[in-house]
Design a protein around this ligand. Structure first.
Ligand code: ADP
Length: 728
């Protein structure tokens, strides 16, 4: 109320000011009032011409003119500023307000059924017989008729109510029709042609008053009560047509016009012609906006599109940049996907190749992790050992393959070369070992374990590649046995020759001894006093016996009949030859070998092959003696020492059972043996060889342990002799 008084006094003051200035300039400017003309230009001019006349009379300094505008002409006229004021329905008004800043100055007070109202609404109705249609919800699936799709009171107001309860007229009615005029909608419902209808407020009362319908034949759906608005209605109420100024319209003029409209007397012919009751101060059109927003109708349907368009216009460079980035991203993604596919393909191929290699190699291969568990095995391993991947993978390989030595003694895990390789990161090659098979037997193997390193050089386990050497070992054993047999046969044949030689040599003196002995017996039988003759014969016997002894002595020197070809020989090389020959034996019998070679006594004067034979003999005897000892006590030591007077001592010591004193005295006699299969010639021949080198083999019992120590000396060769030998 307070606001209204201030507003009116402000407008009155401004009108006085406008009047004064117009008189001063003596001009009569044209003022155009655009009016929505839905019943033809003539009718519009007839209805609204008197209102223009009223304004001319009221504001003579202006020449007011009515411009009828049909529906499509309204917006272009406003856009082109072809009119200064506009009088349109509330729906068109909110559009113009949103788009062109059109401002309402007054709201029309309409004369409906002789009563003045500046608000109106919509009424939804059905035939009163229709018991099935009571509430708005019951309208679903029924036929529906409204006045016009763009009619605010004749459709859109009802639509908003339906929309609020989730009914979409375009989808949820069995039929949606538009009658064009209000009366047709009412008649269609009364006749039963349509189930439900909607028209603007006042229509039903008007038709009933005119006797066109019996209002009791209709029932109002969703009826609403409002003390200030007694007409039948089903929807919210909205303000009537506003009289508005355009953005360009002079504000002073606008104020003058508004004041004039508010002051329109009740008896003015303009009211009669326009069928309205006057003008009120402008009402709030917020509800009309809300309706259009909810139904997403213009201006709110195009507003979002407009926003997008404007956004594109304003931020086009971002849009382009985003598109380019998106395209680049798409390109990149497709490239990554392609590369990924390629990588996967290659990886599969590599894995396949890897698998093929693993499966086709004849050697067994398996992987071990840092705790000694098996990580993979190949097919050859399964074929050789009988263990399958299920048996081994994830389990401790040592406990399955390696737990025990060939002789049944336990194989501690910490001694396992595979475990050690993973532990100290050092590759290892083992040339003779065994792997236990699934069936409880074992195979002889040689294998390498190579540490597996990660990208940063850290150990990640090891790979073991092994080969079954059982067949090779068997073949080697055969060869050795064969060689032994050959050597035995050789020795037997030498012995045979020697025996026949001895027989031949001894035959004569023995025959003579026997003949003479018999002769002597005969002589003694014939005459006991034939002592002189007997003595002669005994003399012959003695000389023949001496001859036989000479033969034996001769045999002793048989081996060194020829003077050996003595020259500088490298001790280490001779020892290597010997050790190569006994290496397998030493290992298989678990004998610990200790070599202690004097670096100052490397060269000696020797017939190398013969001295090798001597050392071999001593070493073989030692090995044979050690065989009877427990494994822990089997030790063989070979030592060289330079001695006074340019000599080098070679000593072979063992920790074996030793030699009894009585046997020691006859050791170097031929055929002296304590072995079942021995010949007792080894030491005697060896002594002969060493004597031919101007020395002697001696024997002593070592101090501090069991066994025996054989040693002999050889002349050390001078540097000059060595040089000469090298250049010979
Ligand atoms: P054989 O070995 O054929 O018996 P040898 O002349 O080589 O002939 O040895 C003679 C004997 O000396 C052997 O039978 C053995 O009793 C004894 N003998 C030799 N070397 C050793 C040794 N290192 N330890 C114990 N006894 C030994």
């Amino acid at each position: 109320m307070h606001f209204n008084i201030i507003f009116l006094s402000f407008i009155l003051l401004s009108s006085l000011f406008v009047e004064a200035s117009a008189q001063a300039t003596n001009e009569t400017p044209f003022v155009k009032i655009g009016v929505l003309s839905h019943r033809g230009d003539e009718k519009t001019l007839k209805m609204w011409g008197p209102t223009a006349n009223y304004l001319i009379a009221k504001l003579p300094q202006y020449d007011f003119e009515i411009v009828p505008l049909d529906f499509d002409a309204v917006e272009p006229a406003v856009k082109a500023e072809a009119v200064d004021f506009i009088l349109v329905n509330s729906g068109i008004y909110v559009n113009l307000e949103a788009k062109y800043n059109v401002t309402r100055l007054a709201t029309m007070i309409n004369l409906r059924n002789s009563a003045p109202y500046s608000i109106f609404g919509g009424v939804i109705f059905a035939h009163s017989d229709r018991d099935d249609i009571q509430r708005l919800e019951d309208t679903q699936g029924k036929s529906f008729m409204a006045v016009d799709e763009t009619s605010l009171g004749g459709f859109q107001m009802a639509w908003r109510e339906f929309n609020a309860i989730g009914i979409n007229p375009y989808h949820h009615f069995s039929r949606l029709e538009f009658g064009g005029i209000h009366d047709k909608v009412v008649m269609a419902v009364i006749s039963g042609e349509i189930d439900i209808g909607t028209v603007r407020t006042g229509i039903l009362e008007r038709m009933s008053n005119a006797g066109l319908i019996d209002i009791d034949e209709l029932k109002i759906i969703n009826p609403k009560k409002n003390a200030k608005f007694p007409s039948l209605h089903s929807t919210r109420l909205y303000p009537e047509w506003p009289f508005s100024q355009l953005e360009h319209t002079d504000s002073q003029l606008a104020r003058e016009v508004a004041v004039a409209l508010f002051q329109m007397p009740k008896i003015d012919p303009a009211l009669q012609a326009g069928k309205y009751a006057g003008w009120s101060i402008p009402l709030d059109y917020h509800e009309v906006h809300a309706l259009f927003k909810q139904l997403k109708l213009p201006p709110y349907s195009s507003l979002s599109q407009l926003t997008i368009t404007e956004a594109i216009k304003r931020y086009w460079y971002w849009v382009i940049a985003s598109m380019v980035a998106l395209l680049a991203l798409l390109g990149l993604t497709s490239m990554v996907v392609r590369h990924n596919r390629e990588l996967q393909y290659r990886q599969r191929r590599l894995e396949r190749r890897h698998q093929l290699i693993n499966e086709s190699v004849a050697d067994g291969i398996y992987g071990v992790d840092l705790v000694g568990n098996c990580t993979f095995i190949n097919r050859a391993m399964t074929e050789m050992t009988g263990w399958t991947p299920e048996d081994l993978i994830g389990k401790n390989q040592h406990l399955i393959l390696h737990h025990t030595h060939e002789d049944g003694s336990p194989f501690p895990r910490t001694d396992c070369p595979v475990y050690q390789s993973s532990f100290d990161n050092q590759p290892r090659f083992v040339e003779d070992d065994i792997f236990w098979k699934k069936n409880g037997s074992y195979i002889s193997v040689e294998y390498s374990c190579t540490p597996l390193r990660g990208l940063r050089g850290e150990t990640r386990g090891s790979v073991v590649v092994f080969r079954d050497i059982s067949a090779r070992k068997q073949a080697q054993k055969h060869v050795e046995e064969h060689q032994l047999q050959l050597a035995h046969v050789g020795r037997l044949s030498t012995l045979g020759e020697m025996a026949s030689g001895i027989a031949h040599e001894l035959n004569q003196p023995l025959t003579a001894i026997s003949t003479n002995a018999r002769a002597c017996i005969r002589l003694l039988e014939a005459d006991v006093d034939n002592a002189e003759n007997c003595a002669d014969v005994m003399e012959k016997i003695a000389s023949q016996a001496e001859r036989a002894g000479g033969v034996i002595r001769h045999i002793r020197h048989f081996t060194h009949k020829e003077l050996p070809n003595i020259k500088p020989a490298k001790l280490k090389s001779m020892l290597n030859v010997v050790l190569d020959l006994v290496d397998r034996e030493i290992k298989s019998k678990k004998i610990i070998l200790e070599l202690d070679l004097d670096q100052d006594a490397q060269w000696v004067m020797a017939q190398d092959i013969q001295v090798e034979q001597v050392i071999l003999n001593l070493v073989r005897n030692a090995i044979e003696s050690l065989e009877s000892m427990p494994k822990a006590k089997r030790k063989l030591m070979i030592k060289t020492r330079s001695m006074p007077r340019g000599k080098v001592e070679i000593r072979v010591t063992d920790t074996g059972r030793g030699i009894k004193k009585v046997i020691q005295e006859q050791l170097f006699e031929p055929f002296m043996t304590t072995k079942d299969n021995g010949m007792g010639l080894g030491l005697s021949i060896s002594q002969g060889i060493i004597e031919a080198h101007g020395s002697q083999i001696k024997v002593e019992t070592p101090i501090g342990h069991s066994g025996v120590s054989f040693y002999f000396g050889l002349l050390q060769s001078s540097a000059k002799e060595v040089e000469e030998m090298k250049y010979a």
